[in-house]
Write a protein that binds this ligand. Structure first.
Ligand code: AMP
Length: 288
């Protein structure tokens, strides 16, 4: 996509300065769209910046690798942090403010507060990654406080995360409109992810099993299959035939919920999580 003509990008690290900058824009009558990220930006993130720019006068993106959403054996320390490149990418898409907070200010000494959004955070990703959604909900609420925008943009790639954020925004009457945007994929179907850089060429080829299994599910459902167990088994068989992909779960749920269905009927989301080598990947598709 061609680079948009840019205004300059202001990088803000302080919480008070960030809040003041957004309030100043809003006093001037401008609407503000917010895109929270952990950086290592790709076209998936940038599609959220584009969506924000299309709907709002100004776009703010945050880059913060949030320690509290990583488990003790996860990839927090090795998570990629190409900050200068990220800022160039944001600049090229017309983002004018980047919030890059310091961990010491986000989590001051003695930090103890945590947000529990309840049942929507329990199964699937919640079960596979204990504490993950408490970390996500807490940092998103904190970021919403730092960047008091009109709208916030999230990707459907993290399906359950979008449910967690929407639940929290509704439950806590947050004055922000949560928007959810489609998954951006590479040409061969692999969902873009900052973690794809961990994959060797062989692992990347095997990782295609995730999106291929979701496409197979779409095909057999549009061909008339109504039994969720059958769909799940066919997906697992396809993934097993590729080899080297350790499935953590295949969830066939009513869309907008985490509730598993037995019968294919009405809008569904099919979500899959798997390990390829040491890299954990997730993907999903909306059916109907
Ligand atoms: P992350 O930096 O992984 O925390 O992601 C920041 C935001 O970008 C989240 O709302 C993600 O769901 C979204 N995102 C990540 N990958 C994609 C993708 N392939 N397509 C669309 N959105 C994405």
């Amino acid at each position: 996509m061609p680079a948009a003509p840019t205004r300059s990008l202001q990088v803000i690290t302080g919480v008070a300065a960030m809040r003041a900058a957004v309030r100043e824009l809003e006093r001037g009558g401008e609407t503000v769209g917010f895109v929270p990220t952990m950086g290592a930006l790709h076209e998936g993130h940038l599609s959220l910046v584009d969506a924000a720019a299309a709907e709002c006068d100004r776009v703010v993106a945050s880059i913060f690798v949030n320690p509290t959403q990583f488990g003790p054996s996860e990839d927090f320390t090795k998570y990629p942090r190409p900050l200068e490149r990220d800022l160039d990418l944001l600049r090229g898409r017309g983002c004018e403010l980047a919030f890059v907070p310091e961990a010491a200010e986000m989590y001051p000494d003695g930090y103890g507060t945590s947000i529990d959004v309840g049942p929507v955070a329990v199964p699937w990703e919640g079960a596979a990654r204990p504490g993950h959604f408490a970390g996500v909900a807490t940092v998103v609420l904190k970021l919403f406080e730092c960047v008091p925008a009109d709208r916030a943009y999230f990707g459907r790639k993290d399906y359950q995360q979008t449910l967690v954020v929407r639940r929290m925004a509704a439950d806590l009457n947050l004055p922000i409109d949560v928007r959810v945007c489609p998954i951006v994929r590479d040409a061969d179907g692999l969902a873009l992810s900052s973690r794809n850089v961990y994959l060797s060429p062989d692992e990347r080829r095997r990782a295609l099993a995730l999106s291929q299994s979701l496409r197979l599910a779409e095909e057999i459902i549009s061909g008339g299959e109504r039994d969720a167990l059958v769909v799940r088994e066919r997906m697992l068989a396809l993934i097993a035939s590729v080899g080297g992909v350790g499935v953590e779960y295949v969830a066939i749920v009513r869309d907008g919920t985490v509730e598993e269905v037995a019968e294919i009927d009405g809008p569904l989301t099919i979500a899959v999580a798997a390990r390829v080598g040491t890299t954990r990947l997730i993907d999903n598709v909306l059916i109907g």
